[in-house]
Design a protein around this ligand. Sequence first.
Ligand code: FE2
Length: 129
Amino acid sequence: MYEMKPEYMTGIALIDEEHKKLFELADQLYEILNNEFIPDKYDYIVEVIDGLKEYAKKHFKDEEDYMVSINYKRLFSQKIEHQEFLGKMEGFDLEAIDEDQKQSCLELLNYVSDWLVNHILGSDILIGK
Ligand SMILES: [Fe+2]
């Protein structure tokens, strides 16, 4: 459902590969949300949030290192956008997620997928140009 598409490709192999993995994490949320055999979704949601935190940190570092290596002009605004994503992942109220798991999972999924698509199409795609 949530996956890498041709229009998201920057042409930089490492970055595209890592974006693909981030979409896979978003897709895990979609699966959790729609899996009726997982009535208690809390542990699964927290696991994906942890995965997103960890993997996004690695990815942003790789991407920023690449931008430094090519002397990329928009590094600063990229860093701000990356920080915003990590801040969101760090700032979740886990109790509130537990209390309303389906709604929280849906909101998280919407945030992650919207952020990824907007950031890739609005910013990352320019790195390859
Ligand atoms: Fe980026």
